[in-house]
Design a protein around this ligand. Structure first.
Ligand code: GDP
Length: 451
């Protein structure tokens, strides 16, 4: 338990209907009692019941409020916690926090409430991270994955792996300690296959691509020659007038972007200028940016103008994106004489990646969304959903494979044992059992103050 009492605003700063001030630590109850004057003075503070009253400090009323006291250990941090709901204005919040600090609390660091919940043993590290993931979830799927992790989904998987690894390590240790009873061949024959299958199960729990999509969303770039209908497509997907649509080629000089949710996945869309050579400095900078965005995106939507013949500008972009993950869209297919066939004749476009579309009428838009969603895959379906956990599980798996290989090459068992302990340590870093200050600082520094 910590000796200090921490306090912070738990809701976002700024003006709002309500602001919640959270206090945790040994002085939480005293501070609340010193500030809070219940409206009904005959009522005692009942744990975990909201009370209505006023905050008064040094004879001055600060605000009317609702307050609740959650005595240890049944609280978020397992310490005494007081939460005060005041009106959400900066002046009110400042004056209440000042009073709380004057009464002996100290300002909380980012993530410090959740860190206390972890260090006081209420949650493990993967659950603490899940809290953060939940707060910053980029889409419904990310939220569901964070909730599963908060409820111990990843923990169970890692615990099982730890249990299995401890069993294998004791097998190796026994063979090292009692060579006359267990021969090296016997130990290797029994243990090495299990090490490899444990490594395989750890690796199959790591789907970094999905985790990245889950944490950050899918980056999709719209490219194509000027006037192909890129801005119209961006607008149609965003369902708002974000990009400027005109029939003057080259109007989208800078990158216009926006995000949408497609079936639970956050999709970041970016419109790009054409990539033709230009003498205009501003346009040239736009082209360079566009090229960069095109290359770094997860998926490219190449808009082809079915109203015009294929030309050099199409070809330049098609060359630039060749070999990448692309969808080819024949836009303006509402027109009477679309020229799809000209494009098929001119370029070797993969048929299964092409789509007819009209950004104007919306025809083909649902199918396009479906294709984008399919491309994202099923993020959040593996046992591990966070990139940090995956990188640790991967190092554990690599250490297991090294150990199995060393054993199979008849190297002394002690050598393999070193790798096995390394694997165990990596798994322990997921749950926070082998935590170092550095690790905790790193994890909790991504939190916001008040959480
Ligand atoms: P960008 O330069 O590639 O961003 O193209 P815009 O979105 O600005 O569109 C260029 C012109 O094509 C505008 O006049 C749009 O109204 C028109 N346009 C875009 N999509 C379609 C479509 O699907 N059908 C038709 N008929 N016109 C379209």
């Amino acid at each position: 338990m910590f000796s200090t009492t921490i306090a912070a605003l738990a809701t976002p700063p700024g003006t709002g209907g309500l602001a919640v001030i959270r206090i945790s630590g040994p002085k939480a109850e005293d501070i609340l009692r010193a500030l809070f004057v219940p409206a009904n003075k005959s009522k005692a503070f009942a744990p975990r019941y909201f009370m209505y009253g006023h905050l008064v400090f040094e004879g001055r009323a600060l605000d009317e409020c609702m307050a609740v006291l959650m005595p240890a250990p049944n609280s978020y941090t397992r310490e005494d916690v007081a939460e005060i709901q005041v009106h959400g204005g900066e002046t009110v919040v400042d004056s209440v926090l000042k009073a709380v600090f004057a009464l002996g609390a100290v300002p909380a660091q980012p993530g410090e409430f959740t860190r206390r919940a972890f260090e006081n043993g209420r949650i493990d590290l993967s659950q603490a991270e899940a809290v953060m993931q939940l707060i910053s979830a980029s889409g419904k799927l990310a939220r569901d994955a964070a909730l599963r992790q908060l409820e111990g989904g990843a923990l169970r998987f890692v615990r099982d792996a730890q249990g299995e690894l401890i069993r294998l390590i004791s097998g190796v240790t026994a063979a090292i300690d009692y060579p006359e009873e267990i021969s090296q061949e016997e130990a290797v024959g029994e243990i090495a296959p299990d090490l490899l299958s444990l490594a395989a199960s750890l690796l199959s729990a790591c789907d970094e691509r999905s985790a990245q999509i889950l944490e950050e969303g899918l980056n999709v770039v719209i490219c194509g020659k000027p006037n192909a209908g890129k801005s119209s497509l961006l607008n149609a997907l965003l369902m708002e007038e974000k990009a400027i649509v005109t029939d003057i080629p080259g109007t989208t000089r800078d990158l216009v972007s926006g995000s949408v949710q497609i079936d639970g996945v956050k999709v970041h869309l970016q419109d790009t200028a054409g990539i033709r050579d230009s003498n205009d400095t501003v346009e040239r900078i736009g082209v360079e940016r566009a090229k960069k965005a095109i290359k770094s995106a997860d998926l490219r939507l190449m808009v082809l103008d079915a109203d015009r013949k294929p030309d050099q500008e199409d070809e330049d972009i098609l060359n630039l994106i060749s070999g990448m993950d692309n969808l080819y869209l024949f836009n303006k297919s509402d027109l009477l004489t679309p020229r799809h066939e000209d494009y098929f004749e001119a370029y070797d476009l993969p048929k299964e990646q092409t789509l007819r579309l009209s950004a104007l009428t919306g025809e083909g838009l649902e199918l396009l969304k479906k294709r984008i969603r399919e491309f994202a895959g099923q993020p959040g379906q593996t046992a591990l959903t966070s990139l940090r956990h995956m990188s640790l599980a991967r190092s554990a798996a690599e250490a297991l494979i090294r150990a199995a290989n060393a054993m199979q090459q008849d190297l002394p068992l002690d050598l393999g044992a070193v790798d096995l302990n390394e694997a165990l340590a990596a798994l322990g870093e997921i749950t926070g059992e082998n935590f170092s200050e550095r690790l905790l600082d790193e994890v909790f520094s991504t939190f916001c103050v008040g959480k």
